[in-house]
Design a protein around this ligand. Structure first.
Ligand SMILES: Nc1ncnc2c1ncn2[C@@H]1O[C@H](COP(=O)(O)OP(=O)(O)O)[C@@H](O)[C@H]1O
Ligand SMILES: [Mg+2]
Length: 388
């Protein structure tokens, strides 16, 4: 009996299907570490919940740490604001450094704290609205802090700021960070540093609302996994434990999970258990996957129920319409939706934006939307059949 190697709801140990992104990251890592260059654009991976954003950033972090890069990890959305979190992250990461090495860093940490009046900055500038000046002063101080943190190259080969849940970051913080990066690019292109963020599908919009020069950001959508990537995600962890998946078992699991990474892990985990937590030499069969279905469906239904509970009546009407229309067409038109809901298509914009922000629907451009997470549309159609 061996415990399941799958990771439903946890950081994935490997990220099959993200090869291109990993290659891009590795290249940037090399630019920083080998050529001592700044990565001038702030990189943002975005996609729905459960698509693998946090796992991807953690995979980047592992690669960076192998190359002795100082990694600062931030999960945005704390009330003190993004910059306060960056300050805290750098303070913590350098706290064990000897006094001499950390002296200038501490000075700049203090300077930035004072400049921003952290934690008060966000509320003050939100009220006065003309936060540009404070942001610029803050950006200068942040720039100096990044400079100081990377100065001792024997200690730090490069610095990467990882910002997860970036859609929850305060606009002031995003602006300050973006200005700082713009200055660095113009004035210190040889500072080896980068920012890698991840967020929900509305992250690009949130960022564009906060800064005017959003071409400074490089956006990468995270897609559902290909069949090949799903197969790797199921097969490899088992194979490390000398357990084999039968081909038709893999086929069925990939088909049922439909490319959604969280579902892939649920299937892997439940099939493993259905197979009796096999010892080395064991096999996972299609029957095991069929047995797994009940428990995966239950887990997914719990997830869907939680998401559903977190919507307003207006959003529900919209989702129900999309779910039914989606059964006929892969993508749902704004005009069709307006028709079904008997409202003007313009009046749908705000509920649409809210649902995108929650990661429940996906915008396909030109006003078309889908419910991307496999099974969620079906769940909604069933709910409506069953009036409660
Ligand atoms: N490339 C991948 N292949 C297989 N499973 C993955 C992959 N990336 C993430 N997962 C799994 O998917 C689930 C969601 O991953 P997570 O990184 O938390 O997503 P997000 O941050 O987008 O919500 C987890 O169970 C994780 O183990
Ligand atoms: Mg996450």
């Amino acid at each position: 009996m061996q415990p399941s190697p799958y990771t439903p709801g946890e950081i994935a140990r490997a990220v099959p299907g993200r090869g291109e992104l990993i290659e891009e990251f590795t290249e940037r890592l090399s630019l920083m570490v080998d050529l001592q260059r700044l990565i001038g654009r702030i990189h943002v991976a975005f996609g729905e919940r459960g698509i693998g954003k946090t796992s991807l950033l953690r995979a980047y972090q592992r690669l960076a740490e192998e190359r002795e890069v100082l990694c600062i990890w931030i999960t945005a959305g704390e009330p003190d604001g993004l910059i306060a979190q960056i300050i805290e992250g750098i303070r913590e990461a350098t706290s064990s450094w000897p006094h001499a090495a950390a002296k200038t860093i501490r000075e700049h940490l203090d300077e930035l704290t004072v400049t921003l009046g952290v934690p008060g900055i966000a509320s003050v500038s939100a009220k006065t609205k003309s936060s540009t000046t404070t942001d610029r002063v803050g950006a200068r101080a942040l720039e100096k802090l990044i400079h100081a943190t990377t100065e001792d190259r024997k200690r730090v080969k490069a610095l990467v700021l990882f910002i997860d849940e970036v859609q929850s970051a305060d606009a002031d913080g995003i602006r300050t960070l973006a200005y700082a990066w713009q200055h660095l690019q113009a004035e210190h292109p040889s500072i080896p540093a980068a920012v890698h963020a991840a967020g929900l599908p509305n992250a690009p919009e949130q960022i564009a609302d906060a800064v005017t020069f959003s071409e400074r950001f490089a956006y990468r959508p995270l897609e559902m996994l290909s069949v090949g990537a799903q197969v790797a995600a199921l097969r490899d962890p088992a194979s490390e434990l000398q357990v084999e998946w039968e081909p038709d078992a893999l086929e069925l699991a990939a088909q049922l999970a439909a490319g959604y990474p969280y579902a892939v892990q649920l299937y892997g985990d439940a099939a493993w258990i259905a197979a009796g937590r096999p010892d080395a030499g064991g096999t996972i069969t299609q029957d095991d996957v069929k047995k797994a279905r009940t428990s995966v469906d239950r887990d997914l239904r719990n997830l869907f129920a939680a998401r559903w509970a977190n919507t307003t009546p207006n959003q529900r009407r919209f989702l129900i319409a999309v779910a039914w229309l989606q059964e006929k067409n892969a993508q749902v038109d704004r005009a069709d939706l307006a028709d079904v809901l008997e409202v003007s298509s313009r009046s749908l914009s705000s509920v649409r934006a809210r649902l995108i922000a929650k990661g429940l629907i996906h915008s396909e451009g030109h006003g078309r939307v889908t419910i991307p997470v496999p099974g969620f549309a079906g769940y909604i159609r069933e709910l409506e059949d069953d009036p409660r």
